[in-house]
Design a protein around this ligand. Structure first.
Ligand SMILES: [Zn+2]
Length: 63
């Protein structure tokens, strides 16, 4: 999946659920590393682009 066009505010669904059970994440920051926030519990993760690409199943909502 090409995630190069993801922008802040875009919501993505991950293949594996977070520890809290949520699978929807909002992109908080893009760039050399990606910051994503769990929509359910609010936890923020910082991922390398490759790591994010592996986790994402689909883009739910574009801004
Ligand atoms: Zn969570």
């Amino acid at each position: 999946m090409d995630l190069s066009e993801l922008s802040a505010g875009t919501v993505v669904e991950t293949k594996k659920p977070h520890a809290c059970g949520g699978t929807l994440w909002e992109i908080v920051r893009t760039g050399a590393d990606k910051k994503i926030k769990c929509k359910k519990c609010g936890r923020i993760l910082v991922l390398l682009p490759d790591e994010l690409r592996k986790r994402v199943r689909r883009i739910v909502e574009e801004t």
